[in-house]
Design a protein around this ligand. Structure first.
Ligand code: SAM
Ligand code: SF4
Length: 329
């Protein structure tokens, strides 16, 4: 099963990887994502632990072996650890990861590891406390950095930092961010700012191509490393004098979608075939009873033929996504 995922699309791509959003709610207010914080919308009702169990069981039966929990901020859910425990014991799931803003991570990292989370992506857009606060709305850089250490102490092997590349804000910190991983077994990945419906002006002001990072990496002697099976969308670089790696996630680059190996399900149970697609396909009605599993699997397989070859970002079409907190990036 590990090397032979059954889910394929019309273009022959295979899908071992599901990004599962647990909630749209977030306690941070990142300037490019939720600048006014999370706004509750009518009818917000996120999948229960039981619905999530049924969903992941079906995807695992179809060969998905890597799950990433995301949000919003997935860890604001009171049953977050319970959900992680359930998913990590579903047959076929080999790797359970989470993407988090690092809130309360120092005190919680050990419980995440005990629940079967073996990989964690922590968002840090600046190593300067004031700038971190300006971006996220929270004066918590120190806490998040302690959280990174707590993940090491808890035995979480695969630790990554997500840094959204922001022109005029953190592009002056490239070398500091490279140095941050010099003595740590961490991969820090720069994510190109993506345009959503809510952030057009911000995007126009602060988007910077990932080539700004790759050019600087090459100047400093970093070398690209080959992509591994089930890997995310980052192009990774290594340097003989650095323990950690640097990655670049550049959704606007040519051929970004060619290696797409991931599907997304929103917190409300919609299968999203593309991060920037037009809406989702609800699976919620098939998550109500354990007996629906085969029907659910059939629905997932038949929806796969509609997965598009590529996003339409280059044509200025960022789909119907208001912000990435509604699907998890
Ligand atoms: N709240 C968690 C966090 O921030 O890590 C998980 C959800 S967040 C939507 C997932 C990732 O998407 C974060 O690394 C965040 O920085 C990134 N992100 C959010 N909006 C983005 C945008 N418009 N462009 C690029 N990355 C974005
Ligand atoms: Fe919240 Fe993550 Fe969006 Fe920041 S990027 S507002 S932490 S969902």
């Amino acid at each position: 099963m590990l090397n032979n995922p059954l889910i394929t699309d019309a273009f022959g791509r295979r899908f071992p990887y599901l990004r599962l959003s647990l909630t749209d709610v977030c306690n941070f207010s990142c300037s490019y994502c939720l600048p006014d914080g999370y706004q509750k919308t009518k009818g917000d009702c996120f999948m229960s632990a039981d619905e999530i169990r049924r969903l992941v069981t079906a995807f695992a039966a179809l060969g998905i072996w890597k799950i990433r929990l995301t949000g919003g901020e997935p860890t604001v859910r009171k049953d977050f650890v319970e959900i992680a425990n359930i998913i990590s014991t579903i047959p076929g799931i080999k790797k359970l990861a989470v993407t988090t803003n690092g809130y309360k991570l120092p005190e919680r990292a050990a419980s995440y590891a005990a629940a079967g989370i073996s990989a964690i992506n922590i968002s840090i857009d600046s190593l300067q406390p004031q700038k971190f606060k300006d971006i996220t709305g929270h004066d918590r850089l120190e806490e998040v950095l302690q959280g990174v250490d707590a993940c090491f102490d808890a035995g979480i092997k695969n630790i990554k930092i997500n840094t959204v590349l922001l022109k005029g804000i953190n592009d002056c910190e490239l070398d500091d961010l490279f140095n941050f991983v010099a003595n740590k077994r961490i991969s820090l990945r720069f994510i190109e700012l993506m345009r959503t419906i809510d952030n057009h002006d911000y995007f126009n002001k602060h988007h910077l191509s990932g080539t700004a990072v790759t050019n600087r990496l090459q100047e400093l002697g970093w070398q690209e490393i080959p992509r591994s099976d089930g890997a995310g969308p980052a192009v990774e670089f290594t340097h003989p004098q650095s323990v950690g790696n640097i990655g670049v996630i550049a959704p606007y680059s040519k051929d970004f979608c060619k290696t797409c190996n991931r599907l997304r399900v929103s917190a409300k149970g919609d299968l999203q075939l593309c991060l920037f697609g037009e809406g989702g396909n609800s699976l919620r009605h098939l998550l109500q009873d354990d007996n629906q599993q085969h029907e659910l699997e059939d629905a997932i397989l038949s929806l796969m033929q509609f997965k598009p070859l590529s996003h339409f970002l280059h044509q200025g079409n960022s789909g119907t996504r208001a912000h990435l907190a509604s699907i998890g990036g």
